[in-house]
Unconditional design. Structure first.
Length: 286
């Protein structure tokens, strides 16, 4: 997808901090009391949205070890939109584990990260393709399958869009510069590229963000053949697919860009949290 992104440790030890009324937004995965003021919906406890994470080596405190990681912007985006974020680090999985994990949440975000294993869509690895994290791949495919089986709202971000596409039988361009002749979607390590994307009329995405919106991109791969039942909902000026979605009532939407890097524009996260709230109410009423 994009290579490593900066982020704090997602490891949360029980009893590490007491969280009071201001527990919504934090500068890292550990949320300290008093860091942010919350609106009424957050004070009451918004719908719980799960986010997948990296499992990579990191330095924190006096330690240098493998850890569950996620940039804090993802968490802040969920809480700012009125939800409650929980993290799901990669681990060995089967359908039963995925089902049990999702019993406690009302929405799922499949986040950015390294490239998917190209074996999953029938290709040999390109020289520029990351070494795969097969544990994370399997974890996210299992969570996605179970979430979609339940009709749970799903938002895919960057790698997450590729997970959705490959899960439904689609393929990827492994290195965009070979296809479009430029590296504008990932101009440099750790540098997001601002660009315009153009939505497809009548799609869920178009209803949320309008005909054109400015986004932050950081990816060298993209969707090639679109997976079964999915529709393209946005492209950029190079013709690259920048968003896909599943038509119908269920909220299943994925974007190739990084909406968490545009904190002034919470429309996608707000839509996900709203859909998660509706899902939660329907589940409780059964």
């Amino acid at each position: 997808m994009s290579g490593s992104e900066p982020g704090g440790s997602a490891r949360l030890d029980a009893g590490e901090a007491k969280l009071g009324p201001s527990q919504g937004q934090g500068g890292s995965a550990r949320l300290d009391a008093g860091e942010a003021k919350l609106g009424p919906s957050q004070e009451q406890g918004g719908p719980v949205v799960a986010l997948t994470t990296y499992l990579d080596r990191a330095k924190f405190g006096v330690w240098d070890a493998r850890a569950g990681l996620l940039p804090a912007q993802y968490i802040q985006s969920i809480t700012a939109a009125g939800g409650t974020a929980v993290l799901l680090p990669p681990q060995p999985v089967n359908p039963q584990i995925a089902a049990r994990v999702l019993d406690g949440v009302a929405g799922l975000v499949i986040t950015g990260g390294r490239d998917l294993d190209p074996d999953g869509y029938g290709q040999e690895p390109h020289a520029e393709t990351d070494r795969p994290d097969t544990t994370r791949d399997a974890w996210e495919f299992a969570l996605l399958a179970e979430a979609m089986r339940r009709g749970m709202p799903v938002l895919g971000i960057c790698r997450g869009a590729q997970v959705l596409n490959v899960a439904l039988g689609g393929t990827l361009h492994q290195h965009l510069p070979d296809v479009i002749g430029n590296s504008g979607h990932r101009a440099g390590n750790g540098v997001f590229t601002p660009m315009a994307v153009h939505t497809v009329a009548g799609t869920r995405l178009a209803g949320l963000v309008g005909q054109t919106c400015q986004v932050q991109c950081y990816h060298h791969q993209a969707i090639a053949e679109v997976g079964a039942k999915l529709v393209v909902s946005a492209r950029d000026d190079d013709g690259v697919i920048e968003a896909i979605e599943l038509p119908g009532e269920d909220f299943v939407l994925a974007v190739q860009w990084h909406p968490e890097e545009s904190p002034e524009d919470l429309r996608l996260f707000a839509a996900l949290v709203a859909a998660a709230g509706t899902y939660e109410l329907a589940r409780v009423s059964k």
